[in-house]
Design a protein around this ligand. Structure first.
Ligand SMILES: Nc1ncnc2c1ncn2[C@@H]1O[C@H](COP(=O)(O)OP(=O)(O)OP(=O)(O)O)[C@@H](O)[C@H]1O
Length: 604
């Protein structure tokens, strides 16, 4: 899809609002036609023997009436514009966010969070702005068409001088296009780099302090800002240069009209009324010309924004951005949609345990299998290759192996957080088509190696909107051995844990993430290196309680801790992305060198 198709699809995304908006602004732009004609008639009545003679007060009343009508129509125009433009902006943001949330975890965005924020903010704003200006362009063209018919009827040569600047502007804007696009792309890129650096600095304050790298970080930030200043300056300069060319061309046109009008009026072929009409319309034609130039500039800038937004889609078609989706701007719309979904037999997301989010029936786990599972990171070519595993209901399986052997990649690929390049995952013998959507509670719950916590209360971090029914939260806290820690916190579960949970220790953060997982009933629990920040006693308690509480759920655990390895029904030893050995701890101790190293390494 190219930028014209993108633009066209957005205009058609909300056709009623767009039509109302275009009509309102066409009326607004057409309105000055009438005061112009009234003024012309008035001056002609003074100088010629005209039938349409107005008194001064009648003229004033007519002009005030026209101004009030224009004010009222501008008010209506702003209402329709606000409704249309913000719907378009929201639609693009909504579609982009939906796409990101559907992408497998590790591929969600191809840039830093700061850059993504800049895409969501600046690039969508640019789209919104251009779409909104398109109604002005339409209204202004209508005004130009009507006024040129009137003016040509009076004097074709003079009309040419009024509209000549328009031709120059369109040509000028076209010629400046590629340069303007280049400058705009550079300024957007440098802004994104600065935003990205800010978010990285905020995210790693402690690491910067520990490394004593404040000076260097600030130096780098200064460099990025300097680069931004330069690119922004070029961008602004180019835009202003174009604007000044546009308005000075208009001044040139005005001068030409004055010269020509004087000459023609002396010859008697041009009346004072005609002159007043030309001058009156000229103001609006001037506005039209510079606004039209602004619209063209916005359109060129939107081309850059469109490319950047399409980049976030990582190969998915750009039509995703402009797909016509509901926005649910008020509660009634949302409720009506839910009623409709219900009538169609689709349960709202996460409503019932035992039913999947997409309405497919839930089936308790008997056997989970992976066959030939392969994923390689595109940039490093590292990952996992041809993994085969099976997890039975109630089993406890451990994945272990040296650093970088592919343990995390394996669990993430199995759960659909990374898109597998080859292989198949089967749940009770049936292939799982979309693991990313399939492996969610009540089927499976997952704790990542680095827990994602939010600046909210401990309780909300654990529940994440889930109901705390029947002491579920209390049980999860107990199993995760977090209950004693909470008693020591002054505000207990209501303690706000700071951005990314900075107010918690590493072990507390891990156990908070584990509680979040355990508060949801699941058939399969997946832990990635849960106990790396736990002391021996806490870890022992955690696994003991986990074994007691998990019921029939299967567990898949990434670890190299002996206490966990010793309890496993089955151990998979990974090396360089492949399975090097597997079995129980006894068989592996007897047969696998790598396993012995991991086992005794842990002891040493
Ligand atoms: N996002 C990524 N992009 C590119 N390569 C990656 C990425 N993440 C991991 N890798 C590479 O893939 C390989 C497997 O990484 P993975 O994180 O799965 O190992 P691991 O066994 O879990 O390591 P650890 O014990 O340190 O957690 C490593 O060689 C790593 O460098």
């Amino acid at each position: 899809m190219n930028v014209y198709a993108y633009f066209w699809r957005l205009l058609r995304s909300r056709p009623v609002w767009y039509t109302c908006n275009a009509m309102a602004w066409t009326v607004i732009y057409l309105m000055p036609i009438f005061p112009g004609l009234i003024t012309k008639a008035f001056f002609d009545s003074l100088t010629l023997d005209s039938a349409a003679a107005y008194g001064t007060w009648a003229l004033v009343a007519l002009l005030i009436g026209a101004a009030l009508a224009r004010c009222a129509s501008i008010f209506i125009g702003f209402v329709t514009d606000v409704h249309f433009r913000f719907r378009v902006g929201m639609l693009v943001r909504r579609n982009l966010l939906e796409h990101i949330l559907k992408e497998p975890g590790a591929r969600a965005i191809p840039c830093s969070p700061g850059e993504a924020i800049s895409h969501f903010r600046d690039d969508v704003d640019q789209t919104e702005e251009t779409v909104s200006w398109s109604v002005d362009a339409f209204g202004m063209l209508t005004f130009a068409a009507v006024s040129s018919v009137i003016l040509i009827g009076i004097d074709a040569q003079m009309t040419l001088f009024v509209f000549l600047p328009l031709v120059i502007i369109v040509i000028g804007a076209q010629l400046a296009t590629s340069r303007l696009q280049k400058y705009r792309a550079a300024s957007r890129e440098s802004t994104a780099a600065v935003t990205g650096a800010i978010s990285e600095m905020f995210g790693s304050v402690q690491a910067i302090q520990v490394a004593g790298a404040e000076e260097r970080v600030i130096g780098r930030f200064r460099q990025l800002n300097d680069a931004r200043r330069q690119t922004m300056l070029k961008d602004k300069l180019m835009s202003e240069l174009l604007n000044s060319v546009f308005s000075n061309t208009v001044n040139l046109g005005t001068g030409l009209i004055l010269l020509l009008a004087g000459h023609k009026m002396r010859g008697g072929s041009f009346t004072i009324g005609d002159f007043s009409l030309f001058i009156y319309y000229l103001t609006f034609v001037t506005q039209f010309i510079s606004n039209f130039g602004t619209f063209l500039t916005h359109f060129k800038q939107m081309t850059v924004s469109f490319r950047r937004l399409a980049g976030i889609l990582q190969g998915s078609p750009a039509t995703v951005l402009s797909a016509r989706n509901p926005l649910y701007l008020d509660r009634r719309e949302r409720q009506a949609a839910e009623r409709q979904e219900h009538a169609n037999g689709v349960e709202p997301r996460g409503k019932k345990a035992g039913e999947s989010a997409n309405g497919t029936p839930f089936e308790p786990l008997k056997l989970l299998e992976a066959d030939g599972l392969t994923y390689r990171y595109p940039d490093t070519g590292r990952g996992i290759e041809d993994i085969r595993l099976s997890l039975r209901k109630g089993s406890f399986t451990v994945v272990t192996g040296p650093i970088g052997s592919g343990k995390t990649t394996l669990v993430r690929t199995l759960l659909g957080l990374l898109p597998h390049d080859a292989g198949e995952v089967r749940w009770n013998g049936r292939p799982v088509a979309d693991p990313g959507n399939f492996f969610t509670p009540p089927r499976s719950a997952y704790t990542a190696q680095v827990p994602r916590l939010y600046s909210d209360t401990l309780k909300d971090n654990i529940l994440l909107g889930h109901d705390d029914q029947g002491g579920r939260l209390e049980r999860a806290l107990h199993t995760a051995v977090l209950d004693a820690d909470i008693e020591r916190l002054q505000q207990g579960l209501e303690t706000v844990i700071g951005p990314r949970g900075v107010k918690l220790s590493g072990g507390q953060a891990q156990r908070t993430a584990a509680s979040r997982m355990l508060v949801r009933d699941s058939e399969l629990y997946v832990f990635d290196d849960l106990s790396s920040a736990l002391d021996v006693e806490t870890e022992r308690l955690l696994w003991e309680r986990m074994f007691r509480e998990r019921g029939d759920a299967a567990c898949l655990v990434v670890t190299h801790r002996k206490a966990v390895l010793a309890r496993a029904d089955h151990i998979i030893v990974l090396k360089d992305g492949g399975i090097e050995a597997e079995g129980t701890s006894e068989t592996l101790l007897a047969e696998s060198d790598s396993f012995r190293k991991l086992w005794y390494g842990d002891e040493s």
